[in-house]
Ligand binder design. Structure first.
Ligand code: ADP
Length: 501
C-alpha cells in the first residue's frame, strides 16, 4: 500500500514537472513499467474523432511506418480498440488464448500477457495505457486499480497541458497583433498606472525605451489632450491633438476590476483631406457667385429689352427660380463649411428668450403669408445659457422655416421654451405632414430630403437641419425630432444651462 502511494506521488511529481505532454507521458510510462515489472509499454492518445494523435512507446524499436500500421490494426481489431470502445481497462493473461490481442509478423519482442487502462476525461476516452510482458500471467486483477489511478492523473495532467498550450498560443497571437498594429494601445489600471503600452503607443508618447511599466500616466506624458482621456469623467471617445501635430481618434473602454483600454488611431490624413474638401467647397461656391449673378442680370436684361411673350415670361420665371435655388444651396453649403471649420465659437451669456424671440419675429411674416398661427409658450424663468446669439437664432429660425414651409395653409406652429434639469429646451411643433419612420433617422444628414418634398416641389436644399445640428453641437447641445405622419413634427434643441450662482 505504502509503496503504491509513493509511486502515485512520484508520478504526480513527474506530471507536474514538465508541460510538454510527450516528455511527461514518457516518464510516467517508464515509472509504471518499472513498478509493475512489465517488459515494456505504450501510451496512445486520441483526438475528438478517435483518431490516434500521439503514440508513445517506451522502446523506440519500431519504424514510424510500421508503428502506424500496427496502431491501425490494434485500434480496429485489437486490445486498444476494445478499451476505446468499452471505456474500461483489462488484463490479457495469455495473448495466444485471447482474441483481443493481435499478433503481427516480425514482432520485435514476444508478448504473452498484457494489462491496459484507458485515460478518461469528461466521459471521453482520451488515450490508452498498455503494459506488456513476454511471459503469460504476469499481471493481476489487483494491479488494475493502481493503473486506473495512474491513468486518471495522466489524463488530467494531459488536459491541463493542452489548455495551457492553447492559452499560451492565444496569448502570443494576441500579443503579436497588439505589438504589430499601427494603432496605439494603452492599458491602465484603475489608478491610472500604465500596465501595457504597445510599440505604437511608446512611439506616440516619445518614450524612446524609457521604462513605463506601472508608472503613472502623468509621469509619462505632458500632453494635456492625452491626459484628458484619463480624467475621472472623461468622454469615452474623441479627438486628441498630439504635441507633434498629429490628430488621433481615441476610444476608451472601461473594464470592470481592471482599469481601461485606450485605443488611439492616427487620423491626421483624414483631417487634412477634410480640411482640403472644405476649402474646396468654400472656394468653389465663392467662385460660382459671379456667374450666377450674371445669369440673374441677363434675366433682367431680357425682360427690359422686351417685349416678351407670356410663354417667354414663364420661361424667365423658371430660370430665375432655378438660379435662386442654386444660390440658396451655395449659401447653405458655404455656411455649413464655414461652421464645420470653426474652431472657437465667440460666445456670451444670454437668456434663452434672447434667441427665441428674434427668431419668432423674423419668421412671423412668412407664417402670416400662409395664415399659419405662430404661438409661443415660455415655461422658463430667465434661464441663461452660453452661446452665440447669431448662430442660435439661425438654428431656431431654420426649424421655424421648415415648420412653416411643410405645414399646410392655416396650420399651427408652436414654440415652447422649457427646462429639464441642467438643460434648456426649445421645441418647435407643427401640425404639418409629419415625417415617415423611414425618413426620420436621416433628416439631419447633409442633402437628405424626404421623397414627398422633392415630388411636391417644395423648395429646399436638404442642408437646413445639418446646419442646425452643427450649430447646436458647437454649443455642446443636442437636437432631435419626434414625428408622426399626418399628425405633425416636434424638433427640440437642448442646451446646457449656466448655473445662476
Ligand atoms: P430642406 O428643408 O431644405 O429640404 P432640411 O435639412 O431643413 O432641408 O430638412 C430635411 C428634410 O427633413 C426635409 O426635406 C423634409 O423632408 C424633412 N423635414 C424637415 N422639417 C420638417 C417638418 N417640420 N415637417 C416635415 N418634414 C420636415
Amino acid at each position: 500500500m505504502q509503496e503504491k502511494l509513493l509511486l502515485l506521488n512520484r508520478i504526480s511529481d513527474e506530471l507536474n514537472k514538465d508541460l510538454n505532454p510527450d516528455n511527461m507521458l514518457r516518464r510516467v510510462l517508464n515509472l509504471t513499467v518499472a513498478h509493475l515489472n512489465a517488459s515494456t509499454g505504450s501510451i496512445m492518445l486520441f483526438d475528438y474523432q478517435n483518431r490516434v494523435s500521439a503514440y508513445i512507446l517506451q522502446q523506440e524499436d519500431l519504424s514510424r511506418e510500421r508503428a502506424s500500421r500496427i496502431v491501425g490494426t490494434v485500434l480496429t481489431e485489437g486490445f486498444a480498440g476494445w478499451m476505446l470502445e468499452h471505456g474500461e481497462g483489462g488484463i490479457i493473461h495469455d495473448t495466444y488464448q485471447d482474441h483481443r490481442w493481435v499478433i503481427y509478423d516480425n514482432q520485435p519482442y514476444d508478448v504473452r500477457s498484457v494489462i491496459g487502462m484507458p485515460l478518461r476525461r469528461r466521459q471521453r476516452v482520451t488515450g490508452v495505457l498498455t503494459l506488456v510482458h513476454d511471459e503469460t500471467d504476469r499481471f493481476k486483477e489487483e494491479d488494475l486499480p493502481l493503473l486506473n489511478a495512474i491513468a486518471g492523473q495522466a489524463a488530467i495532467a494531459l488536459e491541463n497541458a493542452q489548455l495551457f498550450k492553447e492559452t499560451e498560443q492565444e496569448r502570443s497571437r494576441l500579443s503579436a497583433i497588439i505589438n504589430s498594429t499601427q494603432d496605439a494601445v494603452l492599458v491602465t489600471s484603475a489608478d491610472n498606472k500604465v500596465m501595457l503600452l504597445n510599440p505604437a503607443a511608446q512611439e506616440m508618447m516619445g518614450l524612446n525605451g524609457k521604462s513605463w511599466h506601472k508608472r503613472k500616466i502623468t509621469e509619462l506624458t505632458s500632453s494635456a489632450d492625452l491626459l484628458k482621456l484619463f480624467a475621472p469623467d472623461s468622454p469615452s471617445m474623441g479627438e486628441v491633438l498630439l504635441p507633434d501635430g498629429r490628430t488621433m481618434w481615441a476610444n476608451v473602454t472601461e473594464m470592470a476590476d481592471m482599469g481601461r483600454v485606450t485605443l488611439l488611431r492616427d487620423i491626421s490624413a483624414y483631417k487634412e483631406l477634410d480640411r482640403m474638401k472644405r476649402n474646396f467647397v468654400i472656394a468653389f461656391t465663392h467662385d460660382l457667385r459671379t456667374p450666377l449673378a450674371t445669369i440673374k442680370g441677363y434675366i433682367e436684361l431680357v425682360r427690359m429689352d422686351g417685349p416678351v411673350t407670356a410663354r417667354q415670361q414663364e420661361d424667365l420665371v423658371g430660370i430665375a427660380r432655378a438660379a435662386n435655388s442654386m444660390k440658396s444651396m451655395m449659401e447653405d453649403l458655404l455656411e455649413l463649411s464655414k461652421l464645420e471649420q470653426l474652431e472657437q465659437l465667440p460666445v456670451e451669456t444670454i437668456e434663452l428668450a434672447d434667441i427665441v424671440q428674434p427668431s419668432v419675429s423674423y419668421m412671423r411674416p412668412l407664417a402670416k403669408s400662409k395664415e399659419i398661427s405662430l404661438l409661443t409658450e415660455d415655461a422658463t424663468n430667465g434661464i441663461k445659457i452660453e452661446g452665440n446669439v447669431v448662430l442660435l437664432t439661425r438654428a431656431i429660425s431654420n426649424l421655424l422655416d421648415n415648420a412653416i414651409k411643410y405645414t399646410a395653409r392655416e396650420g399651427k406652429v408652436l414654440v415652447t421654451s422649457s427646462q429639464n434639469n441642467d438643460l434648456a429646451l426649445v421645441s418647435v411643433t407643427d401640425n404639418g405632414p409629419g415625417i415617415s419612420a423611414k425618413d426620420l433617422p436621416r433628416v439631419f444628414e447633409k442633402f437628405y430630403r424626404a421623397r414627398a418634398e422633392v415630388d411636391e416641389d417644395i423648395p429646399g436644399t436638404g442642408l437646413g437641419l445639418s446646419i442646425v445640428k452643427t450649430i447646436i453641437e458647437h454649443h455642446h447641445g443636442k437636437v432631435w425630432v419626434e414625428s408622426q405622419p399626418n399628425v405633425g413634427s416636434t424638433f427640440t434643441i437642448a442646451l446646457p444651462i449656466i448655473k445662476q450662482d
